[in-house]
Design a protein around this ligand. Structure first.
Ligand SMILES: [Fe+2]
Length: 325
């Protein structure tokens, strides 16, 4: 593991651990060093659609159809440009295993309990889509999910937010901003506390049940959403104000696998591209853990330190985390 930061490595405080348990996310600014972000953005531009010009922000617009690609390892569609083929290259694995992130991950799952990635292993998308016209399964990677770019799209200025939870098994995710991302410009968006409401609604603790796809029975496929879950999605959208996790280059967001979230709309007020590195951390025993029934205790498989954390949450931390008052 290459050390890429000159900054001291600091553990999460007990209060931060409590914030994560309560609200299901935690924003930490200034984590990935600037030179690491720059290297990853340079690598991203190797995969740029032809109508985008890096040094011409006027070209940062929804992409013309001739640029679109349904390749699961380099997906391009309208205002999305997602590069997954690079997901196990050394710089990506170095970022994913950055000592600061790894330490925080071990605080959450226990020392030695994070499944390590594999340099030059199989990237997300190598198996194509999870089902025809479906998404790509982020569990099928030996590294990161990829670098995901969102372009300004002024047609989304009045678009509604809508949450989902991820259907594949994992423990928690990271979204790392590789360039400054202003508000309403495509940053990760979360519905605080929703992980506690969604988690008990699934019979399996990490997975969401899937409906098999058959060529001759094409109408029904994908993820099975129990009606209690669909109602909870409506309830959470109605009663919980989401947090737009915008921030500066190098900022990271940690999020629980059952947290309601979305890729925020980039409403086009700023000529920026939301460049983010996404990856998951999984417990080495996920294969055993996912076979048990959903426990009453959401933190059953997590570290003793996280489970024991018990600290009042200050107004200052809530404000730092942009939690609505
Ligand atoms: Fe998602």
């Amino acid at each position: 593991m290459k050390s890429v930061s000159k900054k001291a490595i600091e553990p999460l405080t007990e209060e931060e651990l409590c914030f994560f348990k309560t609200y299901g996310y935690l924003i930490k600014p200034d984590v990935l060093p600037s030179e690491v972000c720059d290297e990853l953005v340079d690598l991203m531009w190797e995969s740029a659609p032809s109508s985008l010009r890096r040094h011409d922000p006027d070209s940062y617009q929804p992409l013309p159809e001739q640029d679109w690609s349904s390749d699961a390892t380099l997906f391009v569609h309208r205002d999305k440009w997602q590069y997954r083929a690079c997901g196990t290259r050394q710089p990506l694995i170095d970022a994913m295993t950055h000592p600061q992130l790894w330490q925080w991950g071990e605080q959450l799952l226990g020392e030695g309990n994070i499944r390590p990635p594999k340099v030059d292993g199989k990237p997300m998308g190598h198996l194509g889509q999870a089902w025809p016209e479906g998404p790509v399964d982020p569990q099928n990677t030996e590294g990161v999910r990829g670098i995901y770019a969102t372009l300004p799209n002024s047609t989304l200025a009045g678009a509604e937010d809508g949450l989902h939870t991820d259907g594949h098994p994992f423990h928690f995710g990271w979204v790392c901003l590789l360039e400054d991302c202003p508000p309403d410009s495509g940053a990760f968006k979360v519905w605080p506390g929703s992980h506690q409401r969604f988690a008990p609604l699934f019979p399996m603790p990490y997975d969401q049940a899937r409906i098999p796809f058959y060529d001759h029975l094409p109408a029904h496929k994908g993820i099975l959403h129990p009606s209690a879950y669909l109602q909870a999605v409506k309830d959470v959208e109605a009663d919980t104000q989401p947090v737009d996790c915008y921030g500066k280059k190098g900022s990271v967001v940690l999020w629980h696998h059952r947290l309601g979230h979305m890729a925020g709309h980039h409403k086009g007020e700023h000529k920026t591209i939301r460049q983010a590195l996404l990856f998951d951390y999984n417990h080495v025993d996920l294969d055993t853990q996912r076979c048990k029934p959903t426990p009453d205790d959401l933190w059953q498989d997590w570290s003793a330190e996280l489970r024991a954390a018990d600290h009042p949450l200050s107004r200052a931390l809530k404000a730092e985390q942009m939690l609505p008052a």
